[in-house]
Design a protein around this ligand. Structure first.
Ligand SMILES: [Zn+2]
Length: 287
């Protein structure tokens, strides 16, 4: 009996993972082509070294990479390990979102946001580029989602309440998205500006791409979770950068992909942030 009940559940997990792998395969195309301003539709997938078109059976997520031993079937050149990593990460994203989401809208929002972040995490990692085509798309979709799925608006709602104004949905949620975007982008912009002033050098610690990335995070999740993202992302980024520099001086001049750190923090916060806040508030009440 239990096995009978488990079967549909396992099947839905399997379907979520397969969808994740297929979408991950598409994200690879975006990650490689968007920073170069190329079309993501044409031409069909080809080997970046010998330009031979890739057959469908050599383009199956994860499986083909393993069968081919990480090399092109024709020229035997290595295929970047990032391809299967992106596919596996997207499958994990779908599984985590499926596990944590309370509704279909919540799931859709979590996976769309996660996929935008995966593209930005890996373009920043590969080429230190955060394409505006992706961030502008992300901001627009984030604001659109706020109409259907409420964004935390406690801060603006509280301010409005003080002035005797009660904000109705979906206006409250829309304001939550807009204020979140301004908060995320504004905070990063200020930090970037201050760092540039303090260092006095032309070296950029944070680029405008990072600012745009935080606009996306804010538009999707509102001020509290965006705040948590900046906190965790910059903490992780600084910890890794300082530790690596202490281990090897070579890393002093290394350009760290802070956008990747912020992106990873944002995906974690988007899936577990609410639970984190709830746990924190419960702990506050206990003290
Ligand atoms: Zn090849």
């Amino acid at each position: 009996m239990t096995a009978l009940l488990l079967f549909p559940l396992m099947l839905s997990w399997l379907v979520a993972a397969i969808f994740g792998l297929v979408f991950g395969s598409f994200l690879n195309v975006c990650i490689v082509r968007l920073p170069r301003g190329e079309s993501i539709v044409r031409p069909a997938s080809h080997c970046p070294q010998c330009h031979t078109p890739i057959h469908w059976y050599d383009n199956v997520p994860l499986v083909s990479f393993m069968i081919l031993g990480g090399r092109c079937r024709f020229c035997r050149n290595r295929i970047s390990i990032l391809y299967p990593i992106v596919e596996a990460s997207t499958a994990c994203l779908f599984l985590m979102a499926f596990r944590e989401s309370v509704s279909a809208w919540a799931f859709a929002k979590a996976v769309v946001f996660g996929m935008v972040m995966i593209v930005l995490i890996f373009t920043d990692l590969r080429e230190r580029i955060i394409p505006h085509a992706v961030t502008i798309f992300g901001i627009a979709v984030g604001v659109m989602f706020s109409v259907f799925y409420p964004v935390n608006n406690s801060l603006i709602g509280w301010l409005a309440g003080r002035m005797g104004v009660v904000l109705a949905e979906p206006l409250s949620s829309l304001l939550g998205a807009l204020s979140g975007a301004l908060f995320g982008g504004g905070t990063l912009f200020s930090v970037a500006w201050i760092l540039k002033r303090l260092s006095g050098s032309s070296k950029e610690y944070l680029g405008f791409g990072d600012v745009m990335l935080m606009f996306v995070v804010g538009a999707f999740w509102g001020i509290p979770l965006t705040y948590l993202t900046i906190l965790l992302g910059s903490l992780a980024g600084s910890l890794v950068a300082v530790t690596m520099t202490l281990i090897n001086r070579r890393f002093r001049s290394f350009q760290w992909p802070y956008g990747s750190f912020l992106g990873i923090a944002a995906v974690g916060v988007s899936i577990w942030g609410r639970a984190l806040f709830t746990a924190y508030l419960a702990w506050e009440r206990l003290r």
